[in-house]
Design a protein. Structure first.
Ligand code: ADE
Ligand code: ZN
Length: 324
């Protein structure tokens, strides 16, 4: 099983590029940009990555992202992630980025975009890894700030396939961004949203009805609402589940308690993803292995997670066919 998983061709649909910032690169960039970090060493940073819930992680994650200043920083970050994709047999990846985390600090939208786009083009050329980019609005910020960010994205439609919603789920329901998503859909962006990670199942329903999402990011709280589980199966709404993330952020206590295998066997379009691998202790292969270790799953079931991700990706059908 282990060697089967290692070489299984994979597609990642839920990874925050800022969440791939390994402490080694964080220290390098902090030095390059003369930014002080609250950790004495790489080891101390890793040791500090102990989280009790989503917010306790987000505080550390936004702090780490402050070392990202220049176009080259965003290039280096993205390139390092693509090299990890190569190791993990990730053939295609759809990457989230949080422009507001950077524009709020005075880093230009253009700087963020230019670095990421250049790395993705190199990834395509040199590593044969295809990719798409999804802009996430920070849901703890205002609707107005999201509208401003959407306006900035309009001149990058060639590079940004969709928009999403991330950051603190509790207290910031999908409804808050209904009008922003309406405008984004009208402009031709696809939509996704984090929903039912630690927030209620109703956020999943609302993301589908109000934000017209093509996929639900996480969605594991659907189990609170059996009728919703059946509907998700009926409409084959993809869930981008992040097993190691859910354990680190204590959504489930142990991997054996996770519901993704139950959901798969119930006929849902479940996929496996890494979320913020530098903070949660693992990239794609690690997430697949963690699931296989905790459950009596077959190779066919593990392959189904990959097949679902190909189907749920934002690639055109002819590109999907090449991955199968
Ligand atoms: N931003 C980065 N990772 C996230 C997660 N797991 N949930 C919400 N926002 C995030
Ligand atoms: Zn996420």
């Amino acid at each position: 099983m282990e060697s089967f998983i290692r070489t299984l061709p994979k597609v990642e649909l839920h990874v925050h590029i800022e969440g791939t910032l390994e402490p080694e690169l964080m220290f390098q960039l902090a030095q390059r940009n003369q930014i002080a970090l609250p950790y004495d060493s790489v080891e101390a940073a890793r040791k500090a990555y102990q989280f009790t819930d989503l917010q306790s992680f987000l505080d550390v994650y936004y702090l780490g992202a402050q070392v990202l200043q220049t176009e080259q920083d965003f290039y280096d970050l993205t390139w390092a992630y693509l090299l990890r994709c190569q190791q993990d047999h990730v053939m295609h990846t759809e990457i989230f980025f949080d422009p507001q985390t950077h524009t709020q600090r005075g880093v230009a939208f253009q700087t963020v975009m230019a670095g990421i786009i250049r790395a993705l083009a190199d990834g395509e050329q040199k590593l044969e890894i295809s990719s798409r980019l999804i802009l996430c609005f920070l849901r703890h910020l205002s609707e107005e700030a999201a509208f401003e960010t959407l306006a900035q994205a309009m001149s990058y439609q060639e590079y940004i396939v969709g928009v999403g919603l991330d950051s603190s789920e509790k207290g910031h329901p999908p409804e808050k961004f209904r009008r922003v998503f309406e405008q984004a859909l009208h402009a031709g962006f696809l939509t996704v949203a984090h929903a039912g990670e630690e927030g209620p199942a109703s956020n999943i329903r609302d993301a589908i009805s109000m934000l017209r999402v093509s996929r639900i990011d996480h969605g594991v709280q659907c189990s609170q609402d059996p009728e919703l589980v059946q509907e998700l199966a009926d409409i084959q709404m993809p869930l981008t589940v992040c097993p190691l993330s859910n354990i680190k952020l204590r959504v489930f206590e142990r991997m054996a308690d996770h519901n993704l295998v139950d959901l798969l066997r119930h006929g849902l379009c479940v996929t496996i993803n890494s979320d913020d691998p530098a903070y949660f202790g693992g990239y794609m292969t690690d997430n697949f292995l963690a699931v296989a270790h905790a459950f009596a799953v077959t190779k066919e079931e593990m392959a189904a997670f990959s097949a679902h991700a190909i189907r749920a990706s934002f690639l055109p059908d002819e590109e999907k066919a090449k991955l199968q």
